[in-house]
Ligand binder design. Structure first.
Ligand code: SAH
Length: 207
């Protein structure tokens, strides 16, 4: 099977399994070349529904997890989004097709550099990659319509709640062990209304 055929089959699987639910998100998955965000040696696995190593001990999330988190964010064309954990840059690339601008923060300088290269290679210019500790948010760009965290936190960092707009949505894996719970929070009257969206496994958020 060619890469294009594998991509088509993966997207059909994500739709029939209920992970991909809305037209714009499906279209973003069709557009974005996941192979641009993984090491060259792994290209053949670009459209397998698994996380893959991307260096520095980190992983690119499995496509179904990117689909779940992207759908939960309910991205809008006018949204300004914060991502914590750029990693490969793939999740940011998907969101960049769906929102106005995305600011992604990555702790590992090497990964931030590679993420930036993948985004540039794909021709996406509405993503800003910043090196730093994303649990502090990005005060100079706040507030955000949506926040997505792609590493497991023991608790939802306060600065992220503060930097979320009223009515805004945050998707974040929360837990202290190997597994986390995927939490969807909606900010109402300054507080987060939380919903548990199921178990997940992410690399830990570090400081
Ligand atoms: N969204 C990524 C998934 C990356 S895995 C993708 O699409 O590929 C999670 C990433 O979070 C790792 O790259 C890790 O280095 C980063 N990370 C961990 N703690 C962090 C922190 N406090 N601030 C920013 N990034 C962090």
């Amino acid at each position: 099977m060619s890469l294009a055929e594998k991509k088509k089959a993966l997207i059909e699987h994500l739709i029939s399994s209920g992970y991909l639910r809305t037209k714009p998100v499906i279209e973003a998955f069709r557009q974005v070349p996941r192979e641009n965000f993984i090491p060259t040696a792994q290209k053949d696995y670009a459209y397998v529904d698994e996380p893959l190593p991307i260096g520095s001990g980190q992983t690119i999330s499995a496509p179904h997890m990117v689909a779940i988190m992207t759908e939960l964010l309910e991205p809008k064309k006018t949204d300004r989004v914060l991502e914590v954990g750029a990693g490969s840059g793939y999740q940011a690339a998907i969101l960049s097709r769906l929102v106005k601008r995305i600011h992604t923060v990555e702790l590992e300088p090497d990964l931030a550099k590679k993420a930036g290269e993948g985004l540039k290679k794909s021709g996406y210019d509405n993503v800003d990659v910043t090196v730093g500790d994303g649990s502090k948010g990005l005060p100079k760009e706040a507030p955000f319509d949506k926040i997505i965290v792609t590493c497991g936190a023991t608790d939802i960092p306060k600065p992220l709640i503060e930097q979320l707009k009223e009515g805004g949505r945050i998707v974040i894996p929360v837990g202290s062990g190997m597994y986390q719970e995927l939490i969807l929070g909606v900010k109402r009257k300054g507080k987060l209304e939380k919903e548990n969206k199921g178990a997940c496994v992410f690399v830990p958020l570090r400081h």
